[in-house]
Design a binder for this molecule. Structure first.
Ligand SMILES: Cc1cc2nc3c(=O)[nH]c(=O)nc-3n(C[C@H](O)[C@H](O)[C@H](O)COP(=O)(O)OP(=O)(O)OC[C@H]3O[C@@H](n4cnc5c(N)ncnc54)[C@H](O)[C@@H]3O)c2cc1C
Length: 456
């Protein structure tokens, strides 16, 4: 019998881990355990009346190579489609303002783009210009994203540009979010260049598409991954509920009463669940806020019934705007394959750090909230034909300041307490789909390496 590896969690991270395990070693005995009846975790596509609707993620960054690499490996490259580029906006004071052109995560890369933006007051622009003369920040390992940009560019810039753009990805409190864990390139830029406005280079082609997805829906990636796992026993609808170390092995208790023995384990489930299973107090991160709950509301219309007075692909919402939605993607404009000819698909996002109430609203209340908010900037003449509401409770991990130091520390301690046990997934080194694939892949390589030292 080959060496036994258990992967806990059948989201994209766990499936990628299993895929790369079996790709690297044909003799392994791999079992993947997933709590839900279906695989994929947050990747779920709904197909209705010719619309392709993503409940969770809708695309991935092309720049991070792991997603396209895996897709190619699985023979899905013909299904890849890039986003239609178009203006995107920030909703502020009841109006849509273009995101400064040529900016990097909203940071203007020239004085001209800063002066042209309608998102900042004159005082806000003058404050941002201080970036040109301010000294470097005193040396630091990590700092909150909010504090860093407030120092360099001022509070207005944080509230109206940086925060809405980043909150769209992390749904977090920008004054608690770790710069090192989320946007480390800015630490390097400040160290090397000092002024961000003067030092950062505008992206070469500002209208180049940055994102890609699968035309037939991201669930296809999950289906294809699952189908390729011929060497892996897939157990779905069952949770890992207990974990013990016994000599050189591990025993995992499952919710169906089954017991699994393993020589190595990859935990690809939310960290708070892993911490409970391993019962090691050092796994708790006292600095971290609870994961944020979010919801998506996809609404299908006839195109003639939704009139945007601006061309574009959607908007994010300024930090101080008194509305509930945090962003809206005009999906049929950004991803034309998602709606049949003549139809429109609009997706809105709800959910902010520290506020779980919103996702406990009924479907009807959520749709009403999304429509009311949307109508302040889009002329909607009719109710949607149908809507798809998806709740993601405690789904978005919050990386606090010092996250990377904490992660290195717990990984070191795990190595000695629980050899051959690895942590991977959105709780650790990035929430994006390529980040999750990368972590699954890296965990698989570490398992292969450490198991090669064990004789059975
Ligand atoms: C609304 C939304 C929109 C997003 N949009 C994007 C986007 O456009 N692009 C992008 O790159 N990223 C996006 N993300 C982030 C991305 O979807 C996630 O970070 C990623 O899918 C996480 O994958 P994962 O496998 O690490 O975790 P998950 O998908 O959460 O998978 C973990 C799995 O573990 C299972 N599990 C939990 N406990 C147990 C247990 N005890 N035993 C067994 N199994 C267990 C769960 O059921 C789940 O299936 C979005 C996230 C959300 C919520």
């Amino acid at each position: 019998m080959g060496k036994r590896v258990v992967v806990a969690g059948g989201g994209l991270t766990g499936l990628s881990a299993a895929y790369y395990l079996q790709k690297q070693d044909k003799t392994l005995n791999i079992t993947l355990v997933e709590a839900n009846d279906t695989l994929g975790g947050k990747l779920q596509t709904v197909y209705q009346d010719g619309f392709v609707i993503e409940r969770g993620p809708d695309s991935f960054l092309k720049r991070k190579k792991e997603a396209l690499e895996l897709i190619k490996d699985l023979g899905l490259e013909d299904d890849v489609v890039s986003n239609h580029t178009g203006k995107s906006y920030i909703l502020k004071d009841g109006g849509l303002h273009p995101i400064p052109e040529g900016s990097v995560m909203g940071v203007p890369t020239s004085i001209r783009t800063l002066m042209e933006t309608t998102l900042l007051s004159d005082d806000g622009k003058i404050r941002a210009l201080n970036d040109l003369i301010l000294p470097r920040m005193p040396a630091f390992d990590d700092i909150s994203v909010g504090e860093f940009f407030k120092y360099r560019l001022g509070e207005e810039m944080v509230d109206h540009i940086i925060s809405p753009l980043l909150s769209g990805i992390y749904a977090g409190d920008i004054y608690k979010l770790s710069l090192q864990a989320t946007q480390p390139q800015f630490i390097k830029a400040e160290k090397e260049l000092r002024s961000l406005i003067a030092g950062l280079k505008a992206p070469k082609k500002t209208n180049e598409s940055k994102f890609a997805t699968l035309k037939s829906g991201l669930s296809r990636l999950i289906d294809k991954l699952a189908a390729s796992l011929t060497q892996t026993a897939l157990i779905t609808g069952v949770k890992v509920v207990g974990f013990d170390k016994q000599d050189q092995h591990y025993s995992l208790r499952l919710s169906n009463g089954q017991n699994l023995w393993a020589d190595a384990v990859i935990f690809a489930i939310p960290h708070e669940i892993t911490a409970e299973l391993l019962k090691a107090p050092y796994l708790e991160n006292d600095e971290a806020d609870p994961n944020t709950s979010v919801a998506t509301i996809a609404m299908a219309f006839d195109q003639k019934d939704v009139q945007m007075d601006k061309e574009g692909t959607g908007f994010v919402v300024s930090r101080r705007e008194p509305i509930s939605i945090t962003a809206s993607t005009w999906t049929h404009m950004k991803w034309p394959h998602t709606a049949p000819e003549g139809k429109a698909l609009i997706r809105c996002y709800l959910g902010k750090a520290g506020d779980d109430k919103i996702i406990h609203l009924s479907d009807e209340e959520m749709v009403r909230t999304a429509l009311d908010n949307l109508k302040t900037v889009v002329n909607i003449k009719r109710q949607p034909h149908f809507s798809v509401v998806s709740r993601w409770e405690k789904a978005m991990p919050q990386y606090p300041v010092g996250h990377m130091r904490w992660l290195n520390d717990i990984r070191g301690r795990l190595q000695s307490d629980y050899p051959n046990v690895y942590l991977a997934g959105a709780s650790y080194e990035g929430v994006g789909l390529p980040d999750c694939i990368k972590q699954g892949k890296e965990a698989s390589t570490q398992v292969i390496h450490s198991l090669s030292k064990i004789k059975i």
